[in-house]
Write a protein that binds this ligand. Sequence first.
Ligand SMILES: NC(=O)c1ccc[n+]([C@@H]2O[C@H](COP(=O)([O-])OP(=O)(O)OC[C@H]3O[C@@H](n4cnc5c(N)ncnc54)[C@H](OP(=O)(O)O)[C@@H]3O)[C@@H](O)[C@H]2O)c1
Length: 356
Amino acid sequence: MKQVPVIIFGAGGVGSALLRQIVNGRTHTATRNQIRFDIVATVDSRSCLWNPFGLSDEQILAVVARKVDGELADKSGVSRPSDVEIVTRAAEAGLENGIVVDVTAVSGMEPVLDTALDRGYGLVLANKKAFAGSWSTAQKYFNNPYVRHESTVGGGQPVIATLRYLLDTNDPIFSIAGQLSGTLGFICAQLDTGKPFSQAIAEAKALGYTEPDPREDLGGQDVMRKVMILGRMAGWPLEAADINVESLYAPEMASLSVAEFMNTCNQVDVQIGQRVANAAANGEVLRYVAELTANGGTVGLKAVPQGSPLANLKYVSFHTERYADDKLMICGKGAGVEMTAAGVIGDMIDLVREEF
Ligand SMILES: NC(=O)c1ccc[n+]([C@@H]2O[C@H](COP(=O)([O-])OP(=O)(O)OC[C@H]3O[C@@H](n4cnc5c(N)ncnc54)[C@H](OP(=O)(O)O)[C@@H]3O)[C@@H](O)[C@H]2O)c1
């Protein structure tokens, strides 16, 4: 049995699901993979729980329960060292062949990630931001045997694994396309039924499908990051400026409060409604699509044939030398914290199996 020390940054939706799945899946992971993940640190923005021998399952489940109320550490929680210090502390405690997991949603984790790699740790990330910074800073994370990031794209669907397989078997990638946001897919499906755009946003928000501020979904940056990650994996050193992103709200709405935005987003109902009607007249529906080649790409609303595979709620397609006539397509459910956390665990197991 391999005992693998793990440090988890982020204890929100994905982080909590990950902790729960690690504990509940212990017997399966031990029987099938002969691995035990010892959680030596679980960290949120304000606190850290630390035990170099591994937190007990009772402590881990108590963390998950406390996070529902917003607090990670109880009174026994140590004061919060910096993120980099937490990794350094693990290395100084003699913990080897460990894994650092980034399931935060923040920018600026690079110093932590770089410290982990320098100390010989593997990295598993659901957080896209380090992969989508400038190519000069992000390059080292791509095609790095100590880095896994299946859950950055596709929410647990084997999108990255498939692309890696295509690249490993020398199948050049010509283009990548997809509908990469479950939230925007839901909103587009509501538009299909004739609902106004503002009502579709309000329903998505009420169902918890959007970020607390829906502009984070509607701005398209998250989709841009996902397709950029795939393009960079394919060998294209693209920058954000190479991808033209259509935001679904006007620039002057960026400074409004969330409530003000929700009250005024009906301003674009007529305009979007007209585009929906034009598409329907041609037997098409609107989808929020990302398309990329080595030269750059676009992210935005596009009319696609009704009932075609492209009208599926969520998919990624790879057009390659071998898949020249019929693109290789991955589609299906791929969203939510449980599937994302499962993708992270899959990466952790893969890292141990291949590198440790
Ligand atoms: N949710 C999904 O379905 C999904 C799907 C695919 C990918 N992802 C990606 O997975 C990541 C996590 O998503 P989520 O929904 O779990 O986000 P979330 O609920 O907002 O959780 C983020 C967590 O990160 C913590 N955090 C912030 N700064 C930190 C720091 N410097 N060090 C350690 N922890 C820090 C936060 O702490 P506090 O609790 O103290 O605020 C919070 O616990 C994101 O990058 C997201 O894009 C999510």
